[in-house]
Design a protein. Structure first.
Length: 366
């Protein structure tokens, strides 16, 4: 078991479970593989199990059951400092009494790398994060963004094949966070580093990742590329957790040729794509993204079902218009339209008709 290796797998979780009290599982039968060079994000609400998975991979927590392998070798019983894994934390975890160069030197000294090699590796790592001129500064003399760049350089300085990042941008302001998102992604791909990134920020996950694992209640709810996750959620939790989403509850009336006819609780009939519903009479929650709702009937099929809607609120957001509607008895149905010269600005009280392409409306579990 210890040396079995799934083809092309670099990181493997096989039937991994974790319990802190011997009764309640916080991670439930996790099976997950990562390819070398992949950037995978673990995304989920607090308490979903994502950080525990990261800590088990790092060696700071032990698995209650199952096997964790790195490049085919079981690492369950290998201490953290011998796993050769780089780590970046939200609070930077820099030594305040050391200079930047000394902070970067520390993991190299632990690995008994000679002084001349150390200096070369330190300057190379600082160059990667554009911080060459700050080698003699102490962390307290740096801004939050600069400190996080140094923390990233320290994780990369000994050239690990795997880097783990736990909410590394959580303490930074929005603009800096977005800048560093692109920098981290670029570095990871340029260096070919396998990266496991933990966050509860959906935008971060969608922007940075090759694949995203959405966690809830100790299990992966969906593992997919960012575009599939957003456009093709496999259950109601993922649809609600990723991005803004409209939901309408109803009952399946019929399913034919990949189209579900849904009768909403208010009586209206709509078309949807059946995802995890299979039979007539089943309760469903349909999901439709705000930007996929159409107000122009010419953009819909001639026989498309439409819904009457009343405009409740119009919000100007610069590049977008965000309009809140009352639809099928609910008054928090959102549509988003691009701020184009010919785009209509709706006014509260207006009555309109809305619809969508069937494939954009997903009939999910209720």
């Amino acid at each position: 078991m210890a040396n079995t290796k799934t083809k092309n797998a670099f990181v493997e979780f096989e039937r991994v479970q974790k319990s802190y009290d011997g009764e309640t599982l916080v991670v439930k039968d996790l099976n997950l593989t990562l390819s070398q060079g992949e950037f995978l994000t673990m995304l989920g609400p607090s308490g979903s199990g994502k950080t525990t998975c990261l800590m088990m991979l790092a060696g700071f927590e032990t698995a209650t059951h199952g096997d964790i392998r790195l490049d085919g070798v079981s690492i369950n019983n290998i201490p953290p400092h011998k796993r050769g894994i780089g780590m970046v934390f939200q609070n930077y975890a820099l030594f305040p009494h050391m200079t930047v160069a000394e902070n970067l030197s520390f993991p190299l000294e632990v690995r008994k790398i000679g002084k001349s090699d150390r200096e070369q590796k330190i300057m190379r790592a600082l160059g990667m994060v554009q911080m060459q001129d700050f080698a003699s500064r102490r962390p307290t003399q740096l801004s939050g963004g600069q400190q996080q760049r140094i923390a990233l350089a320290r994780a990369l300085v000994f050239e690990p094949e795997l880097v783990l990042m736990d909410e590394p941008l959580g303490a930074l302001d929005k603009q800096l966070r977005e800048t560093l998102q692109f920098e981290i992604t670029r570095l990871a791909h340029e260096l070919g580093i396998t990266t496991v990134y933990v966050t509860h920020d959906q935008t971060e996950a969608l922007t940075m990742s090759d694949r995203v694992a959405v966690f809830d209640d100790g299990r992966i709810q969906q593992l997919d590329s960012p575009d599939k996750l957003y456009e093709e959620p496999q259950n109601s939790f993922v649809a609600q957790f990723i991005g803004e989403n409209n939901t309408l509850d109803g009952v399946i009336k019929e399913i034919n040729d990949g189209v579900a006819l849904v009768q909403l609780d208010g009586g209206d009939i709509i078309d949807a794509k059946p995802v995890n519903v299979t039979k007539t009479g089943e309760r469903t929650r349909v999901s439709i993204r705000p930007e996929r709702v159409e107000m122009d009937p010419s953009r819909l099929k001639p026989d498309a079902h439409t819904l009457k809607a009343e405009v409740m609120e119009f919000v100007y957001m610069g590049d977008l218009f965000r309009t809140r509607l009352r639809v099928a008895g609910i008054d928090d149905f959102i549509i988003k339209t691009r701020n184009a010269p010919d785009q209509i600005r709706l006014k509260p009280g207006e009555q309109i008709e809305i619809g969508w392409m069937t494939e954009d409306c997903r009939a999910l579990d209720a």
